[in-house]
Design a protein around this ligand. Structure first.
Ligand SMILES: Nc1ncnc2c1ncn2[C@@H]1O[C@H](COP(=O)(O)OP(=O)(O)OP(=O)(O)O)[C@@H](O)[C@H]1O
Ligand SMILES: [Mg+2]
Length: 249
């Protein structure tokens, strides 16, 4: 579904991704772990098409199509969703308005009918309830003044509403209390589907107890240096990244 071959990418002329190869088949959840500054968020941004992230080599195909050829909004309409490590605040735009606009603009690009206000509200109410998000919060400007955990729940609400084909979660677990971790994980698990893939970036094995990955990859210094099953996360938790720091250089 998502196939990354030998990807190299630079930010402000500094090379961060140094030949990264990764394959996530449809229906699978892959986790990426790695030390601070390894390039995990950079990978998410490069895939999402963030400006200033220059792809200097390699290729990425998404459902057989060249992803890197597409504009940011086309990637989103094709079903790629990146959940930011630090969700953006949008003053002046109520969360509900933002969600409905995002959903309908994606539908429009795909040539689908827009959702009506009642349809939209019905679905938002259901999803918000399952994520224990108060509807009043959704009337406030997107993420402005939201607590860290509320922002992360909001991200999962967005995913559930947009129903992307491929999800990249960048530390969606950071800053969540124990109950919220469960709520957010349940929300993510509810999105698991045979035609949907996920890349879960995390520092904590704990998340992977809730969201069971098919594979775990270790990203160090811009490359995947090791891949394995879920047991690899336990090993990293026990031994850290020391053994890989020499490998990647
Ligand atoms: N504009 C920039 N100019 C130079 N270096 C940059 C720029 N933006 C990011 N970097 C560097 O790129 C490297 C990778 O950053 P990235 O955010 O991808 O790391 P990460 O693996 O997500 O780390 P963390 O676990 O802390 O979130 C870091 O060393 C960072 O300082
Ligand atoms: Mg990061």
């Amino acid at each position: 579904m998502l196939s990354i071959q030998n990807l190299t990418a630079a930010v402000d002329a500094k090379t961060i991704l140094k030949g990264l190869t990764l394959e996530v088949p449809a229906g699978e959840v892959h986790a990426i772990m790695g030390p601070n500054g390894a390039g995990k968020s950079t990978l998410g941004y490069a895939l999402a098409g963030r400006p200033n992230y220059d792809i200097t080599g390699g290729s990425v195909t998404f459902n057989g199509e060249d992803l890197l050829d597409k504009e940011v909004h086309e990637r989103a309409a094709a079903g790629l969703y990146l959940s930011f490590q630090y969700p953006l605040e949008i003053p002046g735009v109520p969360a509900l308005t933002f969600l409905r606009t995002a959903l309908n603009s994606q539908k429009k690009l795909r040539g689908e009918a827009e959702v009506t206000a009642p349809e939209f509200l019905k679905k938002v109410r259901e999803v918000a309830k399952s994520l224990r998000i108060d509807m009043d919060m959704l009337k406030r400007p997107l993420n402005v003044g939201f607590s860290g955990g509320e922002k992360k729940r909001m991200e999962v609400l967005q995913m559930a509403m947009l129903e992307p084909k491929f999800l990249i979660l960048d530390e969606t677990d950071s800053g969540l209390d124990i109950d919220a971790l469960k709520v957010v994980s349940d929300g993510v698990n509810a999105l698991r589907a045979p035609d949907r893939g996920m890349l879960v970036i995390t520092h904590y094995q704990r998340l992977l107890d809730h969201i069971k990955p098919d594979q775990v990859h270790v990203l160090v210094a811009g490359k995947i240096v090791r891949s394995g099953g879920p047991e690899l996360a336990l090993e990293l938790e026990a031994h850290g990244y020391d053994q890989y720091l020499g490998v990647a250089a």
